[in-house]
Design a protein around this ligand. Structure first.
Ligand code: KIV
Ligand code: ZN
Length: 512
């Protein structure tokens, strides 16, 4: 029988730390519910002290998801730990994940702290965390660039004070697989009490080795792997959950390990995370890239037609691809729509169902057949909806090769219609300037992306933008078969999110 590898998902914490990702409470909860269907063992729901929204997300996920362990991150100090404990109060199986750096590089240059002080703080943090839960994970940040003996002393102290999970992060993605496996062996032979705890690893992908390093660690006795859906996370990201799960699913017997991941939920989870974070996936990305199962060369296609196993090591159905039963069109009714949304693993609140159905009907009228990608875009756009300070009423654009583009946008704000016009470098730029005039928010466009969610000239265009104002950065998204309209909707979505954050900061007295 293979040994179980615990999957600790950090999509909502480390994943959300990736530049440009900003999930609100509802979006995080949707992802957490899907992670539960995927059957991960632990959901790291956030870093409660870092923001009001992170605190709220951990609290909401703890309330809603009772069949998983819910973890919250905190630095090794009393304040952070108390706030994490409070956020996890309603969790059925709470995990406090506390961390401090162990490398001299971090201690000397960043924290200006001695090794002795860090060691004491690690022990105190674990002891304090145990006041809130029996399951405490301790991480030694930058473990792979630390002095190995000092690292072992720190782990020993954490275990002595009651940690039951010891995490070895490769924080900057520096380790080589063979070197990392030696470090795991070293920890197993040099830390008193290590046999009584779960050894975990948390690898970053700066050198593209996060998955390889995680698996090497598992081959050397680590029994928990920390990873994120689509590999999102700080900088180059974390080890990708779907790669870890499918490697173990495909080759786990030889390695003597298994996971409890329901692999047929992988593509749904990946799509949901992609839509809500706005992080696109490279077409050649292993497992979830759109070409991961596409065979282009004649020789490969010939082999596939004769016998799939010639060039296919994973069946697309194993990750939940191509198992769709229902096709929707303009004659489909509400019942079929709901059935299909559920079949795709998407969930809509009762109050959102009607407007999503209406959008579906409008689109079906224009396009005829509605495929899964169109539907996913409609539904996730609904899930992403935030408080509507501004609602688009209508717009008009003039543009061409010989005239200066001009846009007039009419928006409902505070129940009043407000209209503004502007000229710009093309109809989209002109529209964004007109919207700024209405909202009065001094917005900077940081990034703009457009993608056709499905094939064909009448495909839905999904625009994702990143905008910032007053040092807050948010992602806005909009869909339409018209790219100017999709862009305007994305910009207004961004403005709504910024307005909510600015209002929240005003209420808390952070700004005037
Ligand atoms: O990369 C890292 O070291 C982390 C820790 C907080 C576990 O994310
Ligand atoms: Zn990390």
């Amino acid at each position: 029988m293979e040994d179980k590898i615990y999957i600790f998902d950090t999509t909502l914490r480390d994943g959300e730390q990736a530049p440009g990702i900003h999930l609100n409470v509802r979006e995080k909860t949707e992802i957490a519910e899907q992670l539960s269907r995927l059957n991960v063992d632990i959901i790291e729901a956030g870093f409660p002290v870092s923001s009001a929204s992170d605190f709220e997300s951990v609290r909401e996920i703890s309330r809603k998801i009772k069949d998983r362990r819910i973890a919250a991150l905190c630095r090794a100090n009393d304040g952070d730990i108390e706030i994490a404990g409070e956020a996890l109060k309603e969790a059925a199986n709470p995990v406090i994940h506390t961390f401090i750096s162990s490398s001299d590089i971090h201690l000397k240059y960043q924290f200006k702290m001695t090794r002795q002080k860090a060691l004491e703080m690690a022990g105190q943090a674990v002891k304090k965390s145990r006041q809130y839960t029996d399951t405490v994970e301790f991480s030694a940040m930058d473990a792979t660039r630390s002095d190995w003996d000092f690292l072992c002393r720190m782990f020993e102290e954490a275990i002595k004070q009651g940690a039951s999970i010891i995490n070895i992060p490769d924080t900057v993605g520096y380790a080589l697989p063979e070197e990392f496996s030696r470090l795991i062996d070293y920890v197993f032979t040099n830390v008193d009490g290590i046999e009584d705890v779960v050894v975990s690893v948390h690898c970053h992908n700066d050198l593209g080795l996060a998955v390889a390093n995680s698996l090497m660690a598992a081959a050397h006795g680590a029994r928990q792997i920390e990873c994120a859906v689509n590999g999102i996370g700080e900088r180059a990201g974390n080890a990708s959950l779907e790669e870890i799960a499918m490697i173990i699913n495909t080759r786990g017997k030889e390695m003597g390990i298994r996971t409890d991941i329901r692999t047929e939920e992988i593509i749904r989870t990946s799509n949901l995370v992609k839509s809500l974070t706005g992080y696109l996936i490279a077409p050649n990305k292993a497992i979830v890239g759109k070409n991961a199962f596409a065979h282009e060369s004649g020789i490969h296609q010939d082999g596939m037609l004769k016998e799939r196993s010639t060039y296919e090591i994973i069946k697309p159905q194993d990750i939940g691809l191509g198992d769709s039963r229902l096709i929707l069109g303009k004659h489909s009714g509400r019942h079929a729509f709901v059935e299909k949304v559920n079949e795709m693993g998407l969930k809509l609140k009762e109050e959102d169902l009607e407007s999503a159905f209406e959008r579906f009907k409008n689109l079906a009228e224009k396009k005829g057949a509605i495929n899964d990608d169109d539907l996913r875009a409609i539904v996730t756009d609904k899930i992403r909806e935030v408080k509507e300070h501004y609602v688009l009423k209508n717009y008009e654009v003039y543009s061409g090769s010989c005239i200066k583009a001009r846009s007039t946008v009419c928006i409902i704000a505070d129940k009043k219609e407000k209209e503004a016009s502007a000229e710009g470098d093309g109809p989209i730029d002109a529209s964004f300037k007109a919207i700024d005039k209405v909202t009065g928010i001094d917005t900077v466009l940081v990034d703009y992306n457009i993608e056709a969610v499905s094939a064909g000239k009448d495909a839905i265009g999904q625009v994702k933008i990143i905008v910032s104002a007053e040092e807050n950065e948010v992602m806005g998204s909009g869909i339409s078969t018209d790219i100017v309209e999709a862009s305007i909707k994305a910009y207004i979505d961004g403005a709504n999110r910024l307005k909510s954050i600015i209002q929240d900061h005003k209420q808390r007295g952070y700004i005037n």
